[in-house]
Design a protein around this ligand. Structure first.
Ligand SMILES: NC(=O)c1ccc[n+]([C@@H]2O[C@H](COP(=O)([O-])OP(=O)(O)OC[C@H]3O[C@@H](n4cnc5c(N)ncnc54)[C@H](O)[C@@H]3O)[C@@H](O)[C@H]2O)c1
Ligand SMILES: [Zn+2]
Ligand SMILES: [Zn+2]
Length: 378
């Protein structure tokens, strides 16, 4: 089959690889009809998230048709149309049973952190979903059935980024009327904005410096702040009567840029200030406020302004999304028309042109907010 394969930092290729096979009775093989590129993939190709094993198929967002199931998969059969949860979970350990699917004891053989498709060696590694076929471990839990009303363009957003934005708003503990700052207007930030309003936020202030991403945030009713043109902390204070925001959602992570980082970047260049959003978050949040960290950081990252955090009685809650906790509920909400996620998908490209699509998305070019990759497209 054909797939997008990681070789080295800045070196990814579309190439022919062996077809996946059922390895355990709990596996399923899914024929991928839609995949996507995520900001998390960028951290790995840029090398800001290290430890990728050369030869790993990239991608952790997928929709498809079940092709084959192992003996222990009793809830799906070949032909079923499904969305694949990005993180892998067993469904039977105590963490899974409490809804902490991303901290599953069994999915990750190293037992260190979250298991997900197409990630660094420490996450499994498991081959990813930017491919024609994929092996899905613990398929009874990792697959969620799709109703025919939800097409692939909507379903692909339910695999990772919508649940992640929703998780970010959920763990921010938003109360009706709260003012919420969302740092980062990439696709994850966009779903964090939508979800913050869903949980009752009175105002959402969205911060980025990419013009068309700020435009998209305004379309979701956020008040926007361009950190390339103004000091975001001073602006947020001024917009909130000097108090600050009640809640912050960090949807940027390790590749955070400072205001000084020049617009013209070289390909696969990360941010110049990994701790920037965390610094701005503790500065712009009100006393006793809460910070939700869904942007991804590596384990080497040690800069967090704990002093100010402690002095202001802040709470911080972060992590990898517990996808399986949210995907079934979000599938129902999309089916019922509560949310239409498709406004956030801006590109639909053949899987064969994935490497080129990665370059456009990495450069944050106008119109490249979220890229769907379609294996069957010419
Ligand atoms: N926790 C999870 O389970 C989970 C799941 C999916 C993605 N993620 C993470 O969410 C983050 C966002 O993903 P994405 O796909 O939207 O990525 P993206 O790269 O498309 O978006 C990041 C955005 O942040 C902006 N940005 C950079 N520095 C900033 C700063 N200092 N202040 C405000 N904005 C800044 C960039 O301009 C860009 O628009 C990534 O770190 C990704 O790894 C986490
Ligand atoms: Zn992702
Ligand atoms: Zn588990």
């Amino acid at each position: 089959m054909n797939a997008v394969v990681f070789h080295a930092k800045g070196d990814i290729r579309f190439e022919t690889v062996p077809d996946p096979k059922i390895e355990l009775g709990t596996d399923a093989i899914v024929r991928i009809t839609s995949a996507a590129i995520c900001g998390t993939d960028l951290h790995m190709v840029r090398g800001t998230m290290e430890g990728m094993k050369p030869g790993t198929i990239l991608g952790h967002e997928g929709v498809g048709i079940v092709e084959e199931v192992g003996k222990e998969v009793r809830n799906f059969r070949p032909g079923d149309r499904v969305v694949i949860c990005s993180t892998i979970a067993c469904g039977y350990c105590s963490y899974c049973r409490s809804g902490y699917y991303s901290q599953c004891d069994n999915a990750n053989p190293t037992r260190e952190g979250t298991a997900f498709f197409g990630g660094p060696e420490s996450t499994g590694p498991f081959h990813g979903l930017q491919a024609e076929y994929a092996r899905v471990p613990f398929a009874n839990i990792g697959l969620v059935r799709l109703p025919p009303e939800i097409d692939d363009d909507a379903a692909i957003l339910l695999s990772d980024i919508f649940p992640t934005g929703y998780f970010g708003a959920d763990i921010a503990d938003i109360h009706p009327g709260d003012t919420v700052a969302v740092f980062g207007c990439g696709p994850v930030g966009m779903f964090a904005i939508v979800s913050a309003f869903h949980f009752g936020a009175g105002r959402v202030i969205a911060i980025d410096k990419v013009a068309d991403r700020l435009t998209m945030a305004r379309k979701q009713n956020a008040e926007t702040v361009d950190f390339g043109a103004e000091d975001p902390v001073a602006t947020i204070r001024q917009l909130t009567g000097g108090i600050g925001v009640d809640r912050v959602i960090d949807a940027v992570g390790i590749d955070a840029m400072s205001s000084q980082q020049p617009e013209r970047r070289t390909p696969w260049q990360g941010g110049d200030r990994p701790g920037q959003v965390l610094e701005w978050a503790v500065q712009c949040v009100a006393k006793a406020g809460k910070i939700s960290v869904i942007g991804v950081y590596n384990e080497q990252m040690k800069d967090f302004p704990v002093g100010t955090c402690m002095m202001k009685n802040l709470s911080v809650h972060g992590g990898n999304c517990n996808h399986r906790k949210y995907v079934p509920e979000l599938v129902e909400m999309v089916r019922a028309g509560v949310f239409d996620p498709t406004g956030i998908l801006t590109q639909r490209k053949p899987l064969a042109s994935a490497v080129d699509a990665y370059r456009h998305f990495d450069a944050r070019e106008a119109g490249w907010e979220k890229v769907e990759l379609v294996p069957a497209a010419a």
